[in-house]
Design a protein around this ligand. Structure first.
Ligand SMILES: NC(=O)c1ccc[n+]([C@@H]2O[C@H](COP(=O)([O-])OP(=O)(O)OC[C@H]3O[C@@H](n4cnc5c(N)ncnc54)[C@H](OP(=O)(O)O)[C@@H]3O)[C@@H](O)[C@H]2O)c1
Length: 277
């Protein structure tokens, strides 16, 4: 039986084992998929010791995973972050399925047209790095990146190499940016502390807000988005299942159907809101 794992910290409440077990049943592929707790200091060692055939990588290890790969896909290079590892000889090839997962969820599940949209991305960590190139590829008009540590927003903007559309900003500049069509929370703020205050002036009646978090971690941003008057406030559960489906198809050459797994996850998160990716 082939073995897979998701590495990250904290990882105990990860939904990835549930998702990949559901995909395996649906496609008739025999596999085991487990969650392994690992941080910056012990990730490489635990990955080597695990003997897995492939792996997912989550917070806070996506940039560490990028650094340890022997080769990386074009989308992982643009992100500077890896969430999917595939064997390449005795080393690893890295890919990043987060951006495709978000765009597929927004456009196919929720029917949004991203073309020509003015987009605010909050955060510049591994998840923000994954979704930014895919949003640009989906044809958005402009991408404003605001991060608590402004230098990280600058570094992401530099890496994206699209100065006409990409504008890094410090968190303190948010009140001067005007309204956005799409607001994406890619921070881990509600996991590590409280969501910083966001000006309501960022929102227009047409605005859509999406939190890459879900369950208890998404409550604060989505409550703010609704209070500010967003037309839609979406969580990251759809992205989670879509990025997992893309990883699954990279490993097994079969694309699983996601709607039934999404519905099962939604029911699971409603009864256990502490779940994490
Ligand atoms: N739905 C999905 O499929 C999916 C996929 C990937 C990630 N996610 C979620 O997205 C979130 C971010 O993940 P990641 O991999 O990007 O983590 P990461 O690499 O550790 O980055 C964390 C980001 O959050 C910011 N942040 C942390 N605490 C903050 C606070 N108190 N106030 C303001 N900003 C704060 C960091 O800012 P600094 O740079 O200033 O530290 C950084 O931008 C996680 O909660 C993760 O669960 C969901």
């Amino acid at each position: 039986m082939r073995r897979y794992a998701v590495f990250g910290s904290p990882i105990a409440h990860s939904l990835s084992p549930f998702i990949h077990a559901a995909f395996a049943r649906q496609t008739g592929i025999a596999l085991e998929y487990v969650a392994i707790e690992a941080g910056h200091g012990d990730f490489a060692e635990k990955l080597a010791a695990s003997g897995v055939d492939g792996a997912n990588v989550t917070l806070p290890l996506k940039e560490d995973a990028f650094a340890l790969c022997r080769s990386t896909s074009a989308r992982a290079q643009r992100a500077g972050a890896v969430n999917t590892l595939l064997h390449e000889g005795d080393g690893w090839r890295g890919d990043n399925t987060d951006g495709l997962g978000l765009v597929r969820d927004l456009t196919e599940r929720h029917g949004l047209d991203l073309r020509d949209r003015r987009v605010l991305l909050l955060g510049a960590g591994g998840a923000a790095r994954g979704v930014a190139p895919a949003l640009l590829d989906a044809g958005i008009h402009s991408l404003y990146i605001a991060n608590r540590t402004a230098e990280r927003a600058d570094a992401l903007a530099d890496a994206l190499g699209d100065p006409a559309r990409v504008h890094p900003r410090g968190w303190d500049a948010l009140s001067d940016l005007g309204e956005f069509d799409l607001l994406v929370n890619a921070t881990a703020a509600t996991r590590t502390g409280a969501l910083p205050v966001l000006p309501m002036a960022l929102v227009a009646p047409r605005s859509v807000a999406v939190d890459l978090n879900y369950g208890a971690s998404a409550v604060a941003f989505l409550a703010w988005a609704r209070a500010a008057g967003c037309a839609q406030a979406l969580d990251g559960l759809g992205m989670l299942v879509e990025q997992a489906a893309e990883s699954f198809s990279l490993w097994h050459g079969v694309r699983p159907e996601t709607d039934a797994v999404y519905a099962a996850l939604r029911a699971r998160v409603e009864t256990s809101p502490a779940a994490g990716d």
